[in-house]
Structure formats: structure tokens, C-alpha cells
Design a binder for this molecule. Structure first.
Ligand code: HEM
Length: 507
């Protein structure tokens, strides 16, 4: 009996140490040093993820708790939280953000899927020389000049899917459009009719990536296991759901490999001549074949596969949710909808959107900027761990600690925007100074520095087309059956429930 009692006391003490003392002591020491520059927001086990989830539950808004804390403490630049048993430092101050973006090599991104065979070799997860090579190779393909050849395809996808989709699920409807655009931008004609798991490729991939990221958020066992074992989590005492995901990922990989190999064979015999019209796969395969010929192989077929998953993951739901949220605000504010419709009719009339009229959609652009300011889908960057002890401004970060960059933190402060929490798209149309006390790091919805979003032009191009073409065709209305709107997360911040708006065809 006594032995059992002692064993229980030991286990409880260890748990107490692991869950509370280990993360809290360094956090309290930091708080002592930083004073009102730091706010402690500790949440046992779940840490900052728990803060987001609780904020959704209590405020119907994932960022509200943190935004309120920052607004109530104007001198605060850092939130001190935890990630299981480790301190998690959340940067809000621009000087901290700037240095952590510049010194990106000192921090390692935590793979949101923890799957070694999925996107780890792609641009978003690569590091060092590998990342540099990929970024240099892909960056020219993401300029406006190169992307503009995709405009007719984007128009077509929006028209087709708007016609086919029942439009009862806002976020799914938007993901269908943006997912198909990514598949077509990557695979071109080869992607037409491409199916995975018995569904259109973009539907299957959106479902799969969504399910993988939710497994860890919904299931405490899977969450703690993933924190403890990293990418090995899928093979250590996996749940039925985890086994199922691993099997499905493998099947998806086989199909994608087939498609890539198919293109390798085609381009071996007849290379694409017009460089400007190359889809991402052709760019890659052309370079792959060139390197092979010169015996200087840096790209392999696995990298091409991971790059597709990377662009799909980074570009589909992010762009879909920004569009979904814009449509929600148009439904909420019918007068804004009328103003924007007027612009769309004036600028494009019944025509398609092309490179000449795209940049004349000034109000549509202002709407997107305002939603990025207040409801950025990427509400924080991917979580990082500190690779080696690192001094950032006045904080010494220890190896292994977690880091979260809150690049939107300054967008909700009155010191930088008039009536910062108010939705006012017209602020972006003003000729006066829009951002007060700007040092270049206040409004950075797609982050800044060498690892900022490579897809910014593409996202903006897509979002303008989607919003303009949909509003021209449909009146967007709030669904009267929905009592409560929520800004939740499906990996990215999005407006929920999915049936919050209705699309009524304009005559
Ligand atoms: C509104 C839509 C989008 C938003 C809000 C967004 C936001 C972001 C953010 C915040 C990052 C930095 C992530 C981090 O450092 O953890 C990022 C990186 C990235 N984004 Fe986007 N993104 C969007 C659209 C796109 C699109 C359309 C693509 C491509 C098709 C794309 C591809 C990428 C890639 C590959 C990276 C990693 C870059 C690197 O590490 O060098 N994004 N994005």
C-alpha cells in the first residue's frame, strides 16, 4: 500500500514538474526581466494552441484573447506561453519579428503534417542551401509577368465551379476553386480530370490535408504523441485514424508519382518551347532533365512531388479562406457590396478579367487588404523551434524552445491604424497616411524577409478574380438560419459555420 502511495506521489510530482514547473520557471524569469514588455499566457499542456482553442470557445474568435491582451497592454511586445513542457515565445513587437525573419536559419519550422514523405522536401519546409536553391528556382515563376498567362484559366475555373457547385458550403466552395487553380497551375492539361481517392484531385487533397492537421488538434493522445515523437508519431502506437491516413498518403503519392513520371517521358521526347507558358511541373521536369543530361542532379522526382503538395497546401486553403471571409463581409455590409459591384461592372462589364483590367479593381483590392489586416487566414506563421541558443534583441532564447511569430499583431493596434478593430475597407482608398508610425513591419500579412510568402501575387490575382466574378453573378446574403458567426480555424483562420452566406443569382 505504502509502495503504491509512494509510486503515485512520484508520478504526480513528475507530472507536476513536467507540465508546470519546467515551462513556468523560465517564463517567470523572463517576465521579471522584461516587465510590461511581456504578457504571460500559460495554458497547461496545450500551450498557445489551447489559448487559440479557448478563445474560439469563449469569444467565437480565435485571436480575440491575444488581441485584447495586446490592446490592453500597449507596451507589450511578447507573449510568454508554453508548448507542452517547453516555453513558447510569441513575438508581436516589430523589432523581434524583423530579426527572427532575417535570421530564419536559426529556427526550424515544425512540419504541420509531421509526415516525412509529404512536403518536407518542398520549399516551405526545406532549409539552408536546399531552400536557397529552390527559392531561387521558383521565384521567377511567381512574378506577375509570368503568372499573367494563367489569367484565362483562372477565369474559366471560377465560372465552371460556380456553375457546378451547390454553394451551400462557403469554405468548400472556395477551396474547390483555389484547389483546381493550383492543380492546373502545376500540372496544366495533365491535371484535367485527375482523380485521387475516387474524387477530383483537389477535393481529395483538401480533405486529406485538412484531416491530417485536425487529427492532432482534436485528439489529446495524438497531439501529445506528435510533440514527443515528431515525424515518428505515425509509426509509434498509431490509432486507427492515423494508420488510415498513412495508407491514404501512400496511395496519393503513388498516383502523383505516376503523373510526374508520365510528364518526364513526354518532355524527354518533345520539350516545351515557350518558357513563359510553362506550368510549374514543366519548369521542374525541364530542369530535372537538363541536370540529368549534365550529370549535375540536384532536383529529384521526390522533390517535385513534395513541391506540388507544398504549393497545394500553402496556396489552396489560404486563398480560399481570404475569399470566403471577403464574401462574408460583403454579405454583412450590403452597402459595401453595392460599391464594389459598381466598380466591377465599370471595370470589367461582361468581359473576363485580364492583365489590363485586373489592377483597376481598386476597391476589390482594398477589401482584400482589409480582410488580410483583420482576419488574415495565416493568423500566425508555422510554429518554429529554436535550433541553437539565440539572442533576439534583449531575449536569450534557449535551444528547443518554441517560437511563434504574430505578424498581424500590430494591425489591430490604434497606434498604427485609426479605429484599428473596425472593419473599414475604405481606409485603403485614402490618399492620407494609412499606416501610422510605420517601420515596414507593421502591416505584413504575408510576412517579411527572405522566407515571406512566395505566392503573394498569385493569391492576390486569384482573390480579385474570384470576388469580382462571383459578385457580378450572385448577390451575397447572410444566411438568416445562422445565428452565430465564428472566426475559427481549419488550419487557417476562417469564417464559420460553412453555410453562413447564401448566393442568390442576379437576374
Ligand atoms: C491569401 C493567401 C495566402 C496567405 C495569407 C499566405 C501566407 C503566407 C505566410 C504567412 C507565409 C510564411 C509562413 C511561415 O513563415 O511560416 C507563407 C509562405 C509561403 N507561401 Fe503563402 N500565403 C498565401 C497564398 C499562397 C499561394 C497562392 C502560394 C502558392 C501557390 C503560397 C506559397 C507559399 C510558400 C511556398 C511559402 C513558403 C516560402 C518559403 O519558405 O520560402 N502562398 N505564406
Amino acid at each position: 500500500m505504502l509502495t503504491l502511495f509512494i509510486a503515485i506521489v512520484i508520478v504526480l510530482s513528475l507530472a507536476l514538474f513536467f507540465i508546470f514547473i519546467q515551462p513556468l520557471v523560465p517564463l517567470l524569469l523572463l517576465k521579471l526581466k522584461l516587465g510590461d514588455k511581456a504578457i504571460i499566457m500559460f495554458y497547461p499542456i496545450f500551450g498557445f494552441i489551447g489559448i487559440f482553442m479557448r478563445s474560439i470557445k469563449t469569444n467565437q474568435d480565435v485571436m480575440k484573447s491575444i488581441n485584447v491582451a495586446l490592446r490592453n497592454n500597449p507596451r507589450a511586445k511578447i507573449i510568454l506561453s508554453n508548448f507542452l513542457n517547453k516555453p513558447c515565445i510569441m513575438f508581436a513587437g516589430t523589432e523581434y519579428l524583423k530579426q527572427s525573419y532575417q535570421d530564419h536559419d536559426d529556427f526550424e519550422k515544425l512540419d504541420p503534417f509531421m509526415l516525412p514523405s509529404f512536403m518536407q522536401k518542398g520549399l516551405a519546409m526545406s532549409e539552408g542551401e536546399n531552400w536557397k536553391r529552390q527559392r531561387k528556382f521558383l521565384a521567377p515563376a511567381f512574378t506577375f509577368e509570368k503568372l499573367k498567362s494563367r489569367l484565362p484559366m483562372m477565369n474559366q475555373v471560377v465560372e465552371d465551379i460556380a456553375e457546378k457547385d451547390d454553394k451551400t458550403n462557403l469554405n468548400d466552395f472556395m477551396s474547390r476553386i483555389t484547389g483546381e487553380i493550383i492543380v492546373k497551375s502545376f500540372f496544366g492539361k495533365l491535371g484535367e480530370g485527375f482523380q485521387l481517392e475516387g474524387k477530383e484531385a483537389w477535393v481529395a487533397l483538401t480533405k486529406l490535408t485538412g484531416e491530417i492537421s485536425l487529427i492532432m488538434m482534436d485528439n489529446l493522445y495524438a497531439f501529445v504523441k506528435s510533440l514527443l515523437f515528431g515525424v515518428k508519431t505515425w509509426t509509434i502506437l498509431p490509432t486507427k485514424q492515423e494508420k488510415d491516413v498513412v495508407r491514404r498518403v501512400e496511395n496519393v503519392r503513388i498516383k502523383l508519382n505516376e503523373l510526374i513520371l508520365n510528364r518526364v517521358e513526354q518532355l524527354k521526347d518533345s520539350p516545351v518551347q515557350d518558357q513563359d507558358k510553362m506550368v510549374f511541373l514543366d519548369l521542374y521536369v525541364t530542369e530535372y532533365l537538363k541536370q540529368k543530361k549534365q550529370n549535375e542532379q540536384q532536383i529529384d522526382l521526390e522533390e517535385i512531388l513534395h513541391q506540388f503538395i507544398t504549393l497545394f497546401f500553402a496556396g489552396t486553403d489560404s486563398t480560399a479562406t481570404i475569399c470566403g471571409t471577403c464574401l462574408y463581409y460583403l454579405a454583412k455590409y450590403p452597402e459595401i457590396q453595392s460599391e464594389i459591384l459598381e466598380e466591377v461592372n465599370e471595370v470589367i462589364g461582361n468581359a473576363d478579367i485580364n492583365e489590363d483590367n485586373l489592377n483597376k479593381l481598386i476597391k476589390v483590392n482594398a477589401l482584400i487588404q482589409e480582410v488580410l489586416r483583420l482576419r488574415n487566414p495565416a493568423f500566425v506563421t508555422l510554429f518554429r523551434t529554436v535550433k541553437r541558443d539565440k539572442q533576439v534583441q534583449d531575449i536569450k532564447l534557449k535551444k528547443g524552445w518554441a517560437l511563434v511569430q504574430m505578424h498581424n499583431a500590430n494591425s489591430i493596434l490604434d497606434s498604427h491604424f485609426d479605429n484599428a478593430t473596425e472593419f473599414n475597407y475604405k481606409r485603403w482608398l485614402s490618399k492620407d497616411t494609412i499606416i501610422k508610425n510605420d517601420n515596414g513591419y507593421i502591416y505584413i500579412p504575408l510576412t517579411a524577409g527572405p522566407r515571406n510568402c512566395i505566392g503573394y501575387h498569385m493569391a492576390l490575382m486569384e482573390a480579385k478574380i474570384i470576388i469580382a466574378l462571383l459578385i457580378r453573378k450572385y448577390k451575397i446574403l447572410l444566411n438568416p438560419a445562422v445565428q452565430q458567426i465564428r472566426f475559427g480555424i481549419k488550419f487557417f483562420q476562417c469564417v464559420e459555420p460553412d453555410n453562413c452566406v447564401l448566393f442568390e443569382k442576379r437576374i
